[in-house]
Design a protein around this ligand. Structure first.
Ligand code: 2AM
Length: 185
């Protein structure tokens, strides 16, 4: 099964983003917009994981979550992967949490690795909310869109749990929450 660990921002925070993005989105036929009900912030991508790994994985992820406190985060400004002139992914940034957020991400990834859920091609952690992906494989020039999102600053929200998520790929991607742990450190 294809797994990742994520934060689930509260519906009010996501509604704000949906409102800001809704007006901008209409002018971008080359972008496929991610359905707001599936929005999340990926903390660690685990890739394909065998079912036998799940019990140990749960123990390791619970242990990591117990070492970090809840964090106040907010969505702020847009960005792209790779450069905005040939963007394949358009995202909204996550502000706050400082080094604690990236240390939590590293602990979750390390715990997963120790449980046998290793994803070799691990990108540097860059917290974000993916809004859209380009239809052309070459990407799109998303500079005007990023400009439009540059002033966005959402209401702060409390990230107090992490969730183990399973991706069900298909014509419509669906995410299933397998387990959740509170940040209690
Ligand atoms: P994205 O939001 O940047 O697309 C489920 O697929 C989640 O895992 C998505 O949020 C996606 O990040 C992330 N993801 C998918 N493939 C990945 C990879 N190879 N490396 C890191 N994260 C990945």
């Amino acid at each position: 099964m294809r797994l990742f660990v994520a934060l689930s921002p509260p519906p009010e925070g996501l509604a704000e983003v949906a409102e800001a993005v809704g007006s901008l989105g209409k002018d971008w036929p080359e972008l496929r917009w991610v359905a707001p009900e599936t929005w999340h912030v990926t903390m660690a991508f685990l890739g394909e994981v065998g079912e036998g790994v799940l019990p140990g994985l749960g123990v390791r992820l619970a242990r990591a979550a117990a070492r970090y406190p809840p964090m106040t985060l907010s969505f702020a400004a847009g960005g792209t992967f790779p450069a905005a002139a040939r963007a394949r992914v358009v995202w909204l940034g996550v502000a706050g949490g400082e080094t604690t957020l990236s240390r939590l991400a590293a602990s979750l990834a390390a715990g997963a690795r120790r449980a046998g859920a290793d994803h070799a091609d691990r990108k540097p952690f860059h917290p974000h909310l993916t809004l859209a992906r380009s239809r052309p494989r070459t990407g799109v020039d998303a500079r005007p869109l990023i400009e439009g999102l540059s002033g966005f600053a959402g209401t702060p929200w409390l990230a107090d749990s992490v969730h183990l998520m399973r991706s069900h790929l298909g014509p419509v991607v669906r995410y299933e929450t397998l387990d959740s742990w509170r940040l209690t450190g």
